[in-house]
Design a protein around this ligand. Sequence first.
Ligand SMILES: [Zn+2]
Length: 652
Amino acid sequence: MHRTLAPATRIVILTIATLLIVTAFAHARPTWMDGREAGDDPRAILWESKQAAFERLQEQLALPPTATRASQMDYDVTWYDIDIEIDEGPETVAGTVLMRATSLVDGLDEVILDFYDNMTVDSVTHDGTTASYSHNNDLITVTLSPPAGTGVEFEIAVTYHGAPVDDALNFDTHGGGNPIISSLSEPIGARQWWPCKDMPDDKADSARIAVTVDDALVAVSNGMLGSEVDNGATKTYTWFERYPITTYLVSVAISNYSSWVDYYTYARGTMPIENYVYPEDLSDAQEDLNITADAIAALENAFGQYPFIEERYGHAEFPWGGAMEHQTCTSYGAVLIRGDHYYDWILVHELGHMWWGDSVTCGTWEDIWLNEGFASYSEALWFEYQDGEAGYDDYIESYDYYGYFDGPIYDPDSTFNRTVYDKGALFLHMLRRVLALADGTQYHYPIDALESMLATYGSAYAYGSAITPEFQAICEAAYGGDMDWLFLPWIYGENRPDYEYSWIATNQGPPHSLMLHVDQVQSNAGLFTMPIDIEIQTTAGDTLVTVWNDQLSQDFFISVDAQPTGVSFDPGNWILKYVTQVSPTGVDDAVTAVALRAPVNPTRADAEFAYSVPATGHVSLVIYDVTGRIVATLVDGAVTAGAHSASWDGRT
Ligand SMILES: [Zn+2]
């Protein structure tokens, strides 16, 4: 049963005999930032290398990456067979990539693949027959003769060789000259080393990746190792990925690896966790990576079954500064392996991508937060799994490291940046509270509603791709109503609310009446409509209420059973915000209750309210709904001492 925060009308009456005087104070720099300088953010390791490589690649490309999207949408890839030899001496790649695809249009006479011009295409076949093609603008355009009709399956095979430009396929050494050849193709680097339809939302149903390397080296890729064939001076490692996979997640990692296998035990069996590391890092890696099975259990707890459970998970060490969530086998930076678990959070981040990024892939690069915000939020769930609420709360605070975020989460200023990762994670944190409220959860830690929504989302788009409106629709189904109020300012807009609040309470009761005044004073964004938790401390204990703040300046009248002594604004820190308490706060003897006689049925048309006040003064007679929203203002002005009445039409 889900319900929204839709109001039911009730009546709250207060008189306020004093005018509120609101004073703003400057925002203090949070104390937890003391001693930290700009550039210190340890989390930047997650995005800095990826963003730098992406910017280099965008400069290299002859055409914008989306220039060919319309014509490439005319076919759907079902299978890649990548059969390549990689030679660390001349730093070259040579081999054949076969793409099987289905035409989605009638009369498909041309197929465009992405492939860098510096690579040499030796031949192209269409269904086994030599085909004519051109190779320029970093594209291979193949003529289909005869053209393919709608639903017709065809195969294009490209035989090629060359030395890829640096980045997506990197040749390096470790440990005194041992080769390490590794790929990191996200977002659009696959085309640097193998020809493909390089779009995140067209996954091959499965793939075979056969890599021939020097016989002293081990070649690791996605899925399961099918065979290891000794050719004499070389070895061929053939991997099969039987789950759908997109191009940027196809990987190779090649070195003189040491490896070991752990196991993840689940209800129906065990799954191997295979780790490949530099021999010199073996003992440190065995320490650092030994949390992997626990981490899978923790994330399964939140997200449901590990998506590639019939295959494997694991890590392959590579020389990048960060890590990369290659499907079933994360590439893990050498600098992360220290033997002290310092980077457990990155291990968990990459594991989180198996659900969010690899199974459910961002449909476009504008939607990258659906990968990175979710993977970043996985980190907080790991610390909650380990240390409970305190671990979760501390970790949530760390996402707001600098106290500000630039640009929107959707279609961000740069594809890999703090806003995408960390504000994206904080959005899921806010969503957790919003969905819990809609599900009727009074206090905040239960995650059930968020988990339930994520399970729906994860299964609806499993092994496929999703865009932000599709995710919003899943959220709205869970919430039970439109959520533009949440998505528009937070996902498509920028910045955060800057709240100022004050409160005042009567000294009479019970019930005791408390008026909370909330202003949003941010000048760099419009209104943020949010449910805000308010904790009211009273002489009889604390009580939590949630107000629905949908105006830039708003009063809420709250009735409590004992004398209020203090107010905490969003005590669970669910909202990414700035907040300042301003005066007045506290109990004011000048706030005077009035004698009031409400009609028996207050919703009857033209109800009469009779009231009397002991002295001349300012009287407000306001009708609020249960969320604190003003339904009607019957009186707001100077009233003389004595008996009065006001009428209400029951509607406005
Ligand atoms: Zn990530």
